[in-house]
Design a protein around this ligand. Structure first.
Ligand SMILES: [Zn+2]
Ligand SMILES: [Zn+2]
Length: 118
């Protein structure tokens, strides 16, 4: 008698677990949808803040990809360091450049001057 009751009890727990897992899965699905809905808004905000439309072209401070040193015209020259820095015209070392000229390293300070002068 006892053993049969225990067996039924286990079965009941398994059913509960199954329902609980289903609930978790549904919750996770909802979270996924939330992320998908949120991402386009974030992308739009970032673009608006990072770039300034000034006359002929768009200027924006850009980070070089990891493990690159300079732009070779059609591809990046590879570097050993993940955050390899190259000298800016002012002497600062940086990993940034303006969107208008990948080939020229430009630190944030020079970028601020650059967008005022174009
Ligand atoms: Zn520029
Ligand atoms: Zn500079």
């Amino acid at each position: 008698m006892n053993s049969r009751a225990r067996a039924r009890g286990v079965e009941g727990d398994a059913g509960l677990d199954f329902r609980r897992n289903l609930a978790v899965q549904m919750l996770e699905n909802n979270l996924d949808h939330g992320l998908i809905n949120r991402s386009p808004i974030r992308a739009k905000n970032t673009r608006a803040r990072a770039s300034i439309s000034a006359g002929e072209g768009t200027h924006a401070i850009m980070n070089r990809p990891y493990f690159t040193s300079k732009w070779l015209g059609s591809s990046w020259k590879k570097a050993k360091d993940k955050y390899h820095k190259t000298p800016c015209a002012c002497g600062n070392h940086c990993r940034t450049h303006c969107l208008c000229d990948k080939g020229k390293a430009m630190c944030v300070e020079c970028f601020n001057i650059h967008i005022l002068n174009v």
